[in-house]
Design a protein around this ligand. Structure first.
Ligand code: NAD
Ligand code: DAU
Length: 326
């Protein structure tokens, strides 16, 4: 099977590409190479087309394919609060362009989505696939709209598509703006760890390899029009994650700083994964082992992340954190 992987130069997409190549699948990557896209994430020789999923014409340059897996998105909540417009272009319009392309070619589309579409959930509840969708921020609202375009194409045009909704994912090669790579790299550099609000928000951390295994299974065995949650079912408060990173890096605990909260901050995510487990999926990594391995990877791979903390990054960091850290 020749798989078109959109957003394959990013964090999760590049792990998915490596997984498919290791299984001798034929893969072509389409990626716009935004600040989050990094050719160094891909093995040498990976077939690559630079292009924007919101422009249908770039699919002509890809040749034929048997399926699309769409990881391409603007993905960072804090950036979406500063500037939501690019999120609409890629996460909504881009998803629609890919839905139309898949429908025209008669191939399956797997749209990679997020647990954030459900909004935050009360203690004692885990979101099911048919729960109401109640996104809280511009990023999750855009991902929700992308999901709805895909599902509308299934119903209206007979598109063959599935959607996965994954929880917070961590592992090597994650751009150092998200909680775990930001705190790990800051701790290794002796810089502050800016914990939003009281730090008691809960995220369900999923190792990137477990996320990719779920996506692969749904691509092959998911029902047409099906939505599948992917989560490890092991929620942790952010303050616990921060403390573990301090311990693993042997950083000075005073680096931890409680700072002004994120506007609209979702308090808790939790997924019911009964449906995916019914296809035979289960997470393989514990958070303890996965986090230790991930922090070890950042310790050993400064050459990967130091260049990313560049001028553009510093400008973003200043805009995002300067007033919070004062
Ligand atoms: P990422 O930010 O690391 O990478 C996104 C990739 O998409 C980059 O390579 C970027 O260059 C590319 N891209 C952006 N706009 C594009 C466009 N218009 N056309 C083509 N390529 C474009 O993202 P990630 O964290 O790997 O997330 C991948 C997907 O998984 C996203 O759809 C995200 O919503 C979803 N997701 C992420 C997480 C998480 O915790 N990271 C959890 C659940 C779901
Ligand atoms: O839940 C899945 C989602 O997880 C994905 O769809 C998104 O693409 C991904 O960015 C992630 O969203 P979050 O907002 O949950 O991830 P982030 O790493 O930005 O933040 C995780 C938690 O840590 C959240 O409660 C906010 C908090 N946080 C984050 C940063 C960057 C801090 O306390 N300080 C920080 O500096």
């Amino acid at each position: 099977m020749r798989i078109l992987v959109c957003g394959g130069a990013g964090f999760i997409g590049s792990h998915f590409v490596k997984r498919q190549l290791a299984a001798d699948e034929d893969v072509v990557v389409l990626d716009k190479l935004t600040y989050a896209g990094n050719p160094a994430n891909l093995p040498d020789g990976t077939e690559f087309v630079e292009g924007d999923i919101a422009e249908a014409s770039c699919l002509e340059r890809v040749g034929t394919f048997d399926a699309i897996v769409n990881f391409a998105a603007e993905t960072h909540v804090d950036r979406s609060i500063l500037n939501p417009h690019e999120f609409i272009r890629t996460d909504v319009h881009g998803a629609l362009v890919l839905a139309q392309a898949a429908e025209e070619r008669g191939v399956r589309l797997l749209q990679v989505s997020t647990d954030e579409v459900y909004g935050d959930v009360e203690e004692g509840w885990s979101s099911r696939e048919d729960d109401p969708i109640r996104p809280s921020n511009p990023y999750s609202a855009s991902k929700t709209a992308g999901d709805l375009q895909v599902l509308a194409s299934v119903r209206t045009y007979g598109l063959d598509a599935c959607i996965t909704r994954g929880s917070n994912t961590y592992g090597p090669n994650q751009y150092p703006e998200k909680l775990i790579p930001l705190f790990a790299t800051n701790a290794l550099d002796g810089a502050s760890l800016p914990l939003y609000g009281d730090g008691r928000q809960v995220r369900d951390w999923l190792h990137v390899e477990d996320h990719c295994a779920g996506i692969e299974l749904v691509l092959r065995e998911g029902e047409r029009g099906g939505v599948y949650n992917i989560g490890a079912g092991d929620g942790r408060e952010n303050r616990e994650v921060a403390q573990r990173i301090i311990d693993l890096t042997e950083a000075d605990p005073s680096l931890l700083r409680h700072v002004q909260d994120r506007p609209g901050h979702d308090r808790r995510y939790s997924l019911d994964t009964t449906k995916l487990r019914g296809l035979g999926w289960a997470p393989r990594r514990t958070f303890e082992d996965g986090l230790a391995e991930t922090v070890g990877w950042y310790r050993e791979n400064r050459a990967w992340w130091e260049p990313l903390k560049s001028d553009e990054y510093r400008a973003y960091y200043e805009q995002q954190y300067a007033s919070r850290l004062r």
